[in-house]
Each structure stands twice: as structure tokens, then as C-alpha cells.
Design a protein around this ligand. Structure first.
Ligand code: SAM
Ligand code: SF4
Ligand code: F3S
Length: 446
């Protein structure tokens, strides 16, 4: 009888992608994916270290697992992801319930580590940066997972060292996967039924793969994916303003499949704060990217990430951020209060008053949500193209996304899953568009 693995994932899309790969790898040594923790023989917690309380969250989760297995044999407990990388042996010392620690660039060693543990019960910690070997190993594991929209990691790590961020320490240096390995994976995803590919990287537009004296960039990947029959939509995340090169910008003119929705984190609308953050770009450069894209493609919309309450942020700096939001009118964004992360340069700086940060977060979110709601409202009574992803069984409705990643819910037959259909939007709120299937549907996908 096969053993069961239950994987719980925190953090960004790259962790979601990794968790699927972990499940694929564990199949080889006899573990099947389980949807329930209480029947699991192995529990993998894929962790995120980006903001505070990351460590505490892990210990809290372990506490829950311990409760579930109180009167039973404990499962094999593995901590993976960015907290594992950052804390490594500390966690094994503090929490005896944990058996193995494995960092994000060592997943190719997971199976042999588990097999070793099953033999000798010796706790182990693996946190080397072997990104190239990892992808060589994982890309050989074929799967039949069928998803309409699939993540595909093309690049890992970061060399930018923004002063607030742990990613360069938890994911290591920038690494770009071989071009053909990515195209092969995209073809496999299409064979399994994917219609949308979301290219992933901590710095996805820093992608740079050299072959025969030629530098292949994100733009080359997009234009190659464009040619694959079956791919209907292409997206990428997360990008950095410094790597928004002209070739990439021009894809918004040259590609029919690249969605006109750009998630481009800026963090602050103040040059002073950007400098203190070591972001290496200015506000005006960001606005120029936005203006150029709007000029070549009038459907373009932006979303971003913002940090408020960064050490040194004064009222004027915050007002500049609000001004930038009024200029770009982001349609969907993430905003956070600065969180001092161990080992980063900003962790040594003087924190600003917490009440001021909370107040700024409230103001910025009201502003961002306002633009988000009004963009959503602008879809009312209009026809939009929706890629149908799945069925919401409880409601007997279909779920899909429009070009701007908005969730769209409407009634329809489940044989529409995987197709792009026209929906008339009848009602909207901050997060979702509700609608009805257009009678004049011309299906774009077979
Ligand atoms: N690579 C992306 C970039 O260059 O902006 C972002 C990666 S990070 C996983 C996602 C977001 O988390 C960042 O854009 C930033 O807004 C936020 N973040 C990162 N470190 C943070 C910190 N120490 N405190 C608050 N927010 C943070
Ligand atoms: Fe972190 Fe992004 Fe800055 Fe890299 S570029 S250090 S991932 S915020
Ligand atoms: Fe978190 Fe690591 Fe992603 S810190 S945001 S899981 S790269």
C-alpha cells in the first residue's frame, strides 16, 4: 500500500510550484498526495520567510500536527522552503518533532534524504545552493497533472539585495534555467491540458541564458511560447523595474498571447526611500515604463507591491507614494508595513512609530482598493474574455479569469473548462466579477 504525503504551502507562487514538484518527486519513492493531514505518513511544510512571525508560524503549525497525531504514530515531519533555509539546524534543535530540514535549492536530494531517514532515523538538514542540479533532476520527472493555468519557474534567486529583503539569502544567487528545458516543460504542460503559462522567478525578468554566444532573455521565451499551439495566455511574475528592457516592453506590442497586465513592484513613490531601500531605480524611470507600455498597448494595466513605514519614511515620502498611485491607478496591489528581517541591512535601522505605519497602511489600502473597485465596476455590462479554470461545485458555477487576473464567476457547463469564453459582467465587488455567459459565444480554444 502506498504511503501518503500531505503538503502545506505558505508564501509566493514559487513555493506553490515547488510543492507540486515535491509531490512529483515523492511519488517515485511511493508517496501519494493526500488532501488530509490526519491520514498522512509524511507532512511537508513549505515555508515563507518574507515577513515577521515566519518562524512562529512554523512552530504553531507543528503544534497543530502534534495535536492531530496525539494518539497515533507521528508522521515524518519535513520543513522545506525559505524558513528552512534561513533557520536550518536551529529548528532541529528547538523542535524535536521535526525530522528533516530542506532548503529550496536542495529538493533534488529530498528522496535520498527521506530514504536515509527511514533506514537510520538520523535527523538531517540540507541547505546547499545546487540550483542547476535541482532543475536537472526535477525536470526529468514527468507528471500528468492537469491544470488550465500552470506555473513554470524559469529563474530563481536574486542578486539585487534590496535592504529589506531576505530572498537573496533564502533563495541564493540568480540562476536561469536552460532555455530548452523550459520549452520542454511548457510543451508537457500543454499536453496535460494547460492553456495559460505563468512564468515565475523571484526576478523573472532578470532571466538570462547564454547559448552559443547568444543571450536569451525573457522576451525570447515569451516569443517562443507564443508559437506553441495550445497556449492561449502567457503571464510572468515577479519582475523588477531595472530589468524591464526594451525587448521585453515590446513584447506587449508583438505578442498576442502576453496578457496586458503588468505586476511590477515599486515599493515606494519616493526616490529618497528607494535609495535607502537599495532599489536601484527611480520613480520617474518607473513612470516612463508605464507611459511607454500604455503608448504601445492601450489595454495595459499595472499592479504593484508597496512597503509603508520603511525606516526614514517621512510624511512627504508617503505623500509621494500616494501621488504615484494617483498617476498609475494600479488596478490591484499588495501593500505591507515594513518588517525588519534578521540578517538584512534594514534590520539595523531605526523603526518608525508603529501607529504611524498602521495609519499609512490604512490610507494606502483605501486608495488602492478604490482604484481596484472602480476598475472592476468599469467592466459592468461589458463583455469580457474569460479563461475557464474550474467548477465551483458548491455553487454549481464556473470559475475563470479575465485578462487582468480578476476572478470571474458565472453559470455554465463544465465542458467549458479550459476554454476562453465571453461573459457579460452583471455585478462586481472589490475582488470578483459576476456575470452570465454570452449567447454569442465564439470559442477561441478547441
Ligand atoms: N522580487 C520582487 C521585487 O523585486 O519587488 C518581490 C519579491 S517579495 C517575495 C514580495 C514583496 O514582499 C515585495 O515586493 C515587498 O513588497 C514585500 N516585502 C519583502 N520584504 C519585506 C519586508 N521586509 N517587509 C515588508 N514587506 C516586504
Ligand atoms: Fe527581494 Fe525582489 Fe529586492 Fe530581490 S529584487 S532583494 S527579491 S525585493
Ligand atoms: Fe517567501 Fe521565499 Fe517566496 S521568503 S515570498 S517563499 S521566495
Amino acid at each position: 500500500m502506498s504511503k501518503k504525503v500531505f503538503v502545506k504551502t505558505f508564501g509566493c507562487q514559487m513555493n506553490v510550484y515547488d510543492s507540486d514538484k515535491i509531490i512529483d518527486a515523492l511519488k517515485i519513492i511511493g508517496y501519494e498526495k493526500s488532501e488530509n493531514l490526519d491520514s498522512a505518513d509524511c507532512f511537508v511544510l513549505n515555508t515563507c520567510h518574507i515577513r515577521d512571525k515566519a518562524k512562529e508560524k512554523v512552530y504553531h503549525e507543528i503544534g497543530r500536527v502534534r495535536e492531530v497525531f496525539l494518539n497515533k504514530n507521528k508522521p515524518l515531519v519535513i520543513i522545506a522552503g525559505c524558513v528552512a533555509q534561513a533557520e536550518n539546524t536551529e529548528m532541529l534543535k528547538r523542535e524535536p518533532y521535526i525530522d528533516l530540514i530542506i532548503g529550496p535549492q536542495s529538493y533534488h536530494k529530498l528522496n535520498e534524504t527521506i530514504l536515509q531517514f527511514e533506514k537510520n532515523k538520523l535527523k538531517n538538514e540540507i541547505t546547499d545552493f545546487d540550483t542547476s542540479e535541482k532543475f536537472n533532476y526535477l525536470s526529468k520527472i514527468q507528471n500528468k497533472r492537469s491544470k488550465v493555468s500552470s506555473f513554470l519557474t524559469i529563474q530563481e534567486g536574486c542578486d539585487k539585495f534590496c535592504h529589506f529583503c531576505v530572498v537573496p539569502y533564502t533563495r541564493g544567487p540568480e540562476y536561469s534555467r536552460p532555455f530548452n528545458q523550459i520549452i520542454d516543460e511548457a510543451n508537457l504542460l500543454v499536453q496535460n491540458g494547460s492553456k495559460e503559462i505563468i512564468l515565475l522567478g523571484q526576478n523573472v525578468n532578470a532571466y538570462n541564458y547564454k547559448v552559443a554566444n547568444k543571450e536569451l532573455r525573457l522576451s525570447d521565451l515569451i516569443m517562443s511560447l507564443e508559437k506553441i499551439n495550445g497556449i492561449e495566455r502567457i503571464r510572468y511574475t515577479t519582475s523588477h523595474p531595472r530589468d524591464m528592457t526594451k525587448d521585453l516592453l515590446d513584447c506587449y506590442k508583438n505578442s498576442k498571447k502576453l496578457m496586458p497586465f503588468v505586476h511590477l513592484p515599486i515599493q515606494s513613490g519616493s526616490d529618497k526611500i528607494l535609495k535607502l531601500m537599495n532599489r536601484k531605480h527611480k520613480v520617474q524611470e518607473y513612470i516612463s515604463i508605464f507611459n511607454y507600455l500604455r503608448e504601445i498597448n492601450d489595454k495595459i494595466e499595472f499592479s504593484s507591491d508597496f512597503i509603508v513605514g520603511y525606516p526614514g519614511e517621512e510624511t512627504e515620502d508617503f505623500e509621494n507614494t500616494i501621488r504615484l498611485i494617483d498617476t498609475v491607478k494600479f488596478i490591484n496591489s499588495y501593500s505591507f508595513i515594513f518588517s525588519a528581517r534578521p540578517g538584512t541591512k534594514a534590520s539595523k535601522l531605526k523603526i518608525i512609530d508603529d501607529d504611524i505605519s498602521k495609519q499609512r497602511l490604512k490610507i494606502i489600502q483605501e486608495k488602492l482598493f478604490g482604484y481596484q473597485k472602480s476598475k472592476n465596476k468599469s467592466f459592468e455590462n461589458k463583455y469580457i474574455d474569460v479563461l475557464v479554470e474550474n467548477e465551483i461545485k458548491r455553487q454549481n458555477k464556473l470559475f475563470g479569469r479575465n485578462e487582468y487576473m480578476n476572478s470571474v464567476i458565472f453559470e455554465g457547463n463544465k465542458n467549458l473548462i479550459g476554454k476562453i469564453v465571453q461573459v457579460r459582467v452583471t455585478e462586481t465587488n472589490q475582488n470578483t466579477l459576476f456575470g452570465e455567459l454570452s449567447k454569442k459565444n465564439k470559442f477561441k480554444a478547441a
